[in-house]
Design a protein. Structure first.
Length: 397
């Protein structure tokens, strides 16, 4: 019988933009106050991408950090999943841009859109592909540039969101642990409660959708709040039960960082004291699919997650959707890259860029050449046809 395979988290990384936007700054833009935002959400500040930053560039930085921790050559990645609702383009997938920039030449790549629950959806999917034996190394990224779809005149939403990216490297292991259980859920009857109505096939991007603000986030905050307080604790309990554990086994609860009041309600439902709950929304606000991996990275950096710990991740968001996963934190083998390996990897990233550029140039020259040949061919065809009265391929012979 084949040995059971587990999906261990062996790498983690995050990136947040430099630019900090405080509540006071927001109060100069809309009718709000630092006091209101703190009391109702717990948020003090958030990060905003600068004009040269996109979802892909942030995702790439988080991915590189995660690969460094995992000491994994990007060439060994089998799959890249970017969980986002703010990809660089409607298509191609942002994951393909990440794959290209990393030089992950053997990896498949796709985006996954499940709102703020996206990262846990991606994590669950990746863990099952590894457990099934299909793949060995999968990069899962949550990355968002929400600042580009925020209505900066709507005080109900603009105070909540921020930008950033977080990434995990999942790897096949024969050691029990990693992603132990998960649950995914959806209630599409609440689709209109948190939505960007324009820009899709129903209301394509045009002057009307633009003028009506349909390409910005619209949210019924109260209803989403009610849904979130109901679902978060329940989803967390479900994954704990499925893993055959109880709440005392959970060392850290890492919830989606949307609102401190929602997080506290979930913790109360679970009977968890707040010192076993990780919160960093005060500094980043709600970064949607990036919030959970960023929070996990910071918890590890702060020594709040140790090898062997059981951590519960829970998120909710647009869909309406929800997801939870229970992870036993893996002990990554001691495989820190020495300085020369890090330098080599840096050079390889540069090379990946050059290679990508070369591919584009070759492709452009190729199509130019074909066009030229096509034109010549047509002329040739005509000439040959004129001579022989023969078929279209006559000129080639
Ligand atoms: O990833 C999922 C993303 N979404 C969420 O997580 C959202 C979940 N919902 C929430 O976090 C909360 O519902 C909010 C933070 C959005 C709002 O808090 P609330 O306590 O539910 O406020 P509310 O909507 O009941 O509004 C209370 C009052 C209203 O004024 P009136 O009608 O009582 O006069 C709002 O107009 O607060 C007003 N208000 C504000 N006041 C100052 C709403 N936004 C603001 C604001 N500053 N930014």
């Amino acid at each position: 019988m084949a040995a059971r395979r587990y999906a261990a988290v062996v790498g983690w990384g995050k990136y947040v933009p430099q630019r900090v936007m405080t509540n006071d700054e927001l109060a100069t833009m809309v009718d709000t106050s630092d006091e209101w935002i703190r009391q109702r959400t717990g948020i003090l500040e958030r990060r905003i991408a600068d004009l040269k930053e996109f979802t892909s560039t942030m995702a790439i930085r988080a991915a590189r950090a995660a690969l460094r921790v995992a000491a994994l050559d990007p060439d060994r990645l089998d799959l890249i999943i970017v969980c986002t609702v703010t990809g660089d383009y409607p298509f191609p997938a942002t994951a393909s841009l990440v794959q290209d920039a990393l030089g992950a030449s053997h990896a498949g790549a796709f985006d996954l859109a499940a709102g703020c629950s996206g990262f846990i959806y991606g994590l669950s999917l990746a863990s099952q592909m590894i457990a099934a034996g299909a793949y060995d190394n999968i990069l899962v990224i949550g990355a968002e540039t929400l600042s580009r779809i925020i209505d900066w005149s709507d005080r109900q939403t603009c105070v909540l969101f921020g930008d950033g990216a977080g990434a995990f490297v999942l790897q096949a292991s024969d050691q029990p642990g990693g992603v132990i259980s998960f649950t995914l859920g959806s209630d599409g009857s609440g689709a209109d409660l948190l939505i960007m109505p324009g820009g899709g096939s129903r209301h394509p991007f045009n002057e009307t959708t633009l003028a009506n603000g349909m390409t910005k986030i619209r949210m019924n905050g109260r209803e989403v709040f009610r849904f979130a307080t109901r679902i978060m604790g329940r989803a967390a309990k479900e994954v704990i039960d499925r893993a055959g554990l109880d709440i005392d086994h959970v060392e850290l609860f890492v919830p989606h960082q949307a609102n401190l009041r929602i997080i506290s309600t979930a913790a109360k439902f679970l009977g968890l004291p707040m010192d076993r709950v990780y919160v960093n929304l005060d500094r980043y606000g709600n970064t949607s699919a990036a919030s959970v991996p960023i929070a996990v990275c910071e918890a590890v950096e702060e020594g709040r997650i140790k090898p062997g710990d059981h951590i519960v991740l829970v998120a909710f968001g647009a869909g309406l959707s929800w997801a939870a996963a229970l992870i036993q934190w893996a002990v990554p083998p001691e495989r820190r890259w020495p300085w020369w390996r890090r330098l080599l990897q840096w050079l390889r990233y540069r090379y990946a860029r050059v290679k990508s550029f070369r591919q584009r140039v070759v492709r452009k020259l190729g199509s130019l050449w074909n066009r030229l040949l096509g034109r010549n061919g047509n002329m040739g065809n005509g000439a040959v046809r004129g001579q022989s009265g023969g078929g279209d391929t006559g000129w080639q012979t």
